[in-house]
Design a binder for this molecule. Sequence first.
Ligand code: SAH
Ligand code: SF4
Length: 380
Amino acid sequence: MGDEAGRKINLLGLTLSELEEFFVDLGEAPFRARQVMKWIHQMGVYDFAGMSNIAKQLRARLSEVAEIRLPQVVYEHTAADGTRKWVFELSDGARVETVLIPDGDRRTLCVSSQVGCALDCKFCSTGKQGFQRDLRASEIIAQLAVASRSDPMGAPRAVSNVVMMGMGEPLLNYEQVLPALRIMLDDWGYGLSKRRVTVSTSGVVPMIDRLGEDIDVALAVSLHASNDALRDELVPVNRKYPMAELAAACRRYLARHQSLEVGRRRITIEYVMLAGVNDQPQHARELLAYLEQVPSKVNLIPFNPFPHAPYARSSRTAILAFQKILLDAGLTCTIRTTRGDDIDAACGQLVGQVEDRTRRSERWARQVARTQDIIHRSSS
Ligand code: SAH
Ligand code: SF4
């Protein structure tokens, strides 16, 4: 049975054009793709038998060759502030997390793109796990599919916004992330507006250009530092693609879509606030100078501590002072509220109970312990 299921094609992760191709290959009319897409993504019907506008014979044929398979939800919880979290177990046992954050009219889903991450940013618990594997498009869309049908009040749109800010670097899993984004935007899929789907990247410059060529979605850049020396340390991918190249890529991304837009578009700059590391007034001023080259709005993220993290969250006073410098210069600058703390669900901190297969975090913990030991001995 397992083998048989494995041979069937999972329609969950197919874009409209891929689904059209699938139907044409079956000798059917391409418009079937639109019908099936609507059943899957808008009606949440995963059994072909329930797709009433499709002829019985075709439904039978479909269940022979295809399936709509979601990973198993192994954990589901709602925090006191309404934040919801799901942990999915994939077919190979790997686990990923998804968080839905309600905020006024908005219900933002924070979606994972990889199991773990190879980029090893120093303040990120996903980075500490190391890289396990890329998610498939179907596994990315499954997160949205499950969350979309999660509203106990039966609201038609349980998810209004998607941010690719869960586990992993979306632009390093581009082949699977791109179709998932297309399904999110497609009128026959989730029909989300391009302004409400955000890809967050730590700055994989060539892939920012690819993304701009292929699709029009909002872009967030995890900057976290105001100069290359600091960023080399915090976000190691900066050694490959330094800040000047990143700014140029952001400008190209905006320029590509600008002419089609009425309003002015901007890049969201994410900046994690690490006490004493990147949160001083001189960093704010340096950041301002850098952002002169990039139409942007800044989102300050209070650091989310995790075991053995070598950083502390900046004080409220430091964050407000940093924000004031940016605001006084005319920049839009918000402070992200920490959400869902009681279920370890803050966006960008989705590691909770996910296993560490690489043992990187153990090695890291030992290294931190050694360093602390050295500091302790040299100061006593
Ligand atoms: N890899 C992508 C997307 C996932 S991380 C990226 O780096 O942009 C989503 C956001 O959460 C990023 O801005 C990331 O830097 C931030 N983040 C990671 N660890 C964090 C932590 N411990 N506290 C606060 N923000 C964190
Ligand atoms: Fe990967 Fe993003 Fe974490 Fe960096 S911040 S390690 S790119 S998930």
